[in-house]
Design a protein around this ligand. Sequence first.
Ligand SMILES: *Cc1c(COP(=O)(O)O)cnc(C)c1O
Length: 464
Amino acid sequence: MELKGFKTDTIIEPFRIRSVEPIRFTTMEQRKALLSEAGYNPFLLKAKDVVIDLLTDSGTGAMSAKQWAGMISSDESYAGSESFYRFESAVQDITGFKHVIPTHQGRAAENILFTTIAKKGDVIPSNTHFDTTRAHVEHNGAEALDLVIDEGRQPLTIHPFKGNMNVEKLEGTIKRVGQDNIPVIMLTLTNNSGGGQPVSMENVKAVSKIARSHDIPFFIDACRFAENSWFIKTREEGYEDKKPIEIAHEIFSYADGCTMSAKKDGMANIGGFLALNNDKLAQDCRSLTILTEGFPTYGGMAGYDMEAVATGLYEALDEGYLKYRIRSTAYLGDKLIDAGISIVQPTGGHAVYIDAKEMLPQIDPLEYPAWSLTNALYLIGGVRAVEIGSVMFGLQPDGSEKPASMELVRLAIPRRVYTQSHIDYLAEVVIHAYNQRNELKGYKIISSPAVLRHFSAKLQPLDQ
Ligand SMILES: *Cc1c(COP(=O)(O)O)cnc(C)c1O
């Protein structure tokens, strides 16, 4: 008899665990007290009081033995370290950009870019600006304009590339404000604030063509470039036989530069970079790097951080890893859909986004339904998620409040950290919350800072 092989690669984690961290369990009574002490803001909880931490996939991944090995043998020289050159050549190899400026994380790259190119009255279009990106654009007096396609704002509409930019609106914007008032056009890959949805190669090309025809620089917010490359491979015609790294090369070839948080698809715990082709702009950005980050061959990172990123960027592009990564996120999404819960569909790359507006119609958007659900997940099962809704985006630059376009709860999956049984537990907690959805109440904000208020605001349940 001929034995048949088994398709291991489609169903199990493509790694084994050699170093473990304990998880501390808490009771619901303890969590009630802990959440109240944290001002009903999950950002202010202590991590040791969280059972499954899905606050973010940023910097929370597990590193590989190969990354740790590189870190041990790093070069910590202030200027011109070997670790910098390894980092620089990995970034150049993958992106093709000429100049590589290391930064301590993504927002530092944004700060340097927008401080250098944006000024009051400018408009910066994107598919959807991430919260730190928007904050940096606005901090420099410019307007952050989101031009994602309509499907990208409709959680339940199925579309393979819901992160795409509406190119007619982009052209309309250029006509309306004039190309001289648009210092850069951005595309966020994948579209984090819009459900982790990918952008198609066709759309990248179309945006690039418009940008080039108007002499406007085109930059990519590349935090999840590897996940986006995987979606192109699996969803866009003509790419099924290409390697993720070849797809990444093509994406970057249409752009003039990128900002990157290496805490995402850099597979590192800290780090980032700004990479670009223009010599003059690179020089200006390097001057600011020295002022705010450090000498341009370390830019806020230790040599060992640069080693971790140099290796991590390639690991993020590994086919076996990407297949597992996207599949395990979809596995959670499928369980919630089967239970009747509305999530942004199709499931995104790094996270499942629950549609709290749909689940909790009894809570007004300005009483923060997604925040309410986030807190319920913590109380019920010690799960920490994050609101992407009106607490995060409702405060306008003039101080007024406006409901966000969506009220989402993001369950962000750290890379290579949780096993399938953790994911099963998670699904059960969310379903448990869903079954009690009529009991959930809104919240009010009792104190908050003026910028990025969700990180430190204090809230109170409306029934207290
Ligand atoms: C995380 C993130 C950033 C900012 O990066 P940090 O490393 O957190 O500063 C920018 N854009 C997107 C899309 C992100 O996901």
